[in-house]
Design a protein around this ligand. Structure first.
Ligand code: PLP
Length: 416
């Protein structure tokens, strides 16, 4: 039986997360399916930033490093974020970019291996990983250049074959940015440890989207974004987590904020205890404030409910696409099984770029990824079942009428 918009209205009425949508300011007439790339704005973010700029900076000036708690924001935000990734207290900082944090985390993991087993110099990752993860890993192995190299696998089936007595670190993205495929974090961590290697997880597309238990899996280090499912705003600082078991790990960007006594201004560097040593220099206070606004919303939601709704939204999306677009050359790229997918759905279509632009022109905002992917992020905190219904109606219409076949939809912008 065909699904109706009324069916979706009923699902929204029964949705335990329906109330969280009010926490976000979303433009009218837009179905936002790109929250996996840039999360929506928490409603209270503008007033909070105005307060930081006008009062904390404008009135209290430099005193705010102490009185407004600016100085320890990276650590306090890390402690608030930790429960969302199963990290435990004192294990997480919010700082720098995911790219920079991955550099520090990989370098720390390689240094731990160098101390224990110096022949382990190979970093293993996935060929289809997010480009920056591979660029950073390659840049670091080239820089170290003491037998270091980057080895790539095609997927979970190939991982075992890439683990040997030279493997130092495996770094993987928990959810693949393009396909939405989900790695089994606990099982892969176990497999990597059994081979004598360490694992650095990139949680960019999973933090805030599904329950994660880093300590339960006994993972080694992790990094991730706050501007995706954590709604921290454009370019928001990223996070870095270190298992307390590795509290002695050293990272190479030994800036003064990671010093044991930054204001003693000592000649010699001495790392701060624990994860604080992963801080480099002076932190972006305004941007960190926005991360706090995103966490205000995220920490009120039950991640099990978020995950359940994400899968339900995805199942609805799929069922509707299969019902309405059966005659179109559109096919699912994301694994269908619940335990193999993250929180976005990717389809391939030969005219994917133009299709995405035509949809955006109708207020249905997804994005395009090379070479032929349409990507739709499912963000349970502010997406409704009726939004999915309306989005697929628009997709079906754009495909059936060939509305995408228009020159204005084929012009590439700098950011796709
Ligand atoms: C989004 C994303 C990044 C982004 O890194 P930045 O340093 O914030 O640009 C990194 N890795 C993965 C897997 C991502 O999905």
């Amino acid at each position: 039986m065909a699904l109706t918009r009324q069916d979706c209205e009923r699902l929204d009425a029964e949705d335990p997360l329906a109330g969280s949508r009010d926490a976000f300011a979303l433009p009218d007439g837009v179905v936002y399916l790109d929250g996996n790339s840039l999360g929506a704005r928490p409603r209270h973010a503008a007033a909070r930033v105005a307060d930081v700029v006008e009062r904390e900076w404008g009135q209290d000036l430099i005193g705010s490093w102490n009185t407004a708690g600016w100085f320890d924001l990276p650590v306090r935000l890390g402690d608030r974020l930790a429960p969302l990734i199963g990290g435990g207290p004192g294990s997480t900082v919010v700082t720098d970019t995911t790219s920079a944090n991955l550099f520090k985390a990989l370098a720390a993991a390689l240094a731990l291996q160098h101390d224990a087993e110096p022949r382990r110099t190979v970093v293993v990752s996935e060929r289809d990983n997010f480009p920056t993860d591979l660029y950073i890993a390659k840049g670091l192995t080239d820089l170290l250049d003491r037998g270091h190299e980057l080895r790539l696998v095609d997927g979970p089936e190939d991982l075992a074959g890439a683990l040997d007595e030279r493997t130092a670190v495996v770094t993987l993205s928990h959810v693949n940015y393009r396909t939405g495929a989900l790695w089994d974090l606990a099982e892969v961590t176990r497999q990597v440890h059994a081979a004598g290697a360490l694992v650095v997880w990139d949680l960019a597309h999973s933090a805030g989207a599904l329950p994660i238990d880093l300590l339960g899996a006994d993972a080694d280090l992790a990094v991730g974004c706050t501007y995706k499912y954590l709604n921290g705003g454009p370019g928001a600082p990223a996070f870095l987590w270190v298992n307390p078991r590795h509290a002695d790990a050293r990272q190479p960007l030994t800036g003064w904020w990671g010093h044991a006594r930054p204001f003693a201004m000592e000649d010699a560097y001495e790392p701060a205890p624990g994860v604080t040593r992963f801080l480099g220099g002076t932190q972006p206070v305004v941007a960190l404030t926005l991360v706090g606004c995103g966490l205000d919303v995220a920490e009120r939601a039950d991640l099990a409910a978020v995950r359940a709704k994400s899968l339900a939204l995805g199942d609805l999306f799929l069922a509707l696409v299969e019902e309405r677009c059966a005659d179109e050359p559109i096919s699912l790229v994301t694994p269908r099984q619940h335990d193999r997918r993250g929180s976005h759905l990717t389809f391939s279509h030969p005219e994917a770029y133009a299709v995405v632009q035509a949809l955006i022109a109708r207020g249905v905002v997804g994005d395009y990824r090379e070479p032929d992917c349409l990507r739709f992020g499912l963000t349970p905190l502010y997406l409704r079942f009726v939004d999915v219904y309306d989005a697929v109606e628009a997709i079906a219409d754009v495909l059936a009428t060939r509305a995408w076949d228009d020159d204005r939809f084929k012009v590439r912008s700098a950011v796709t």
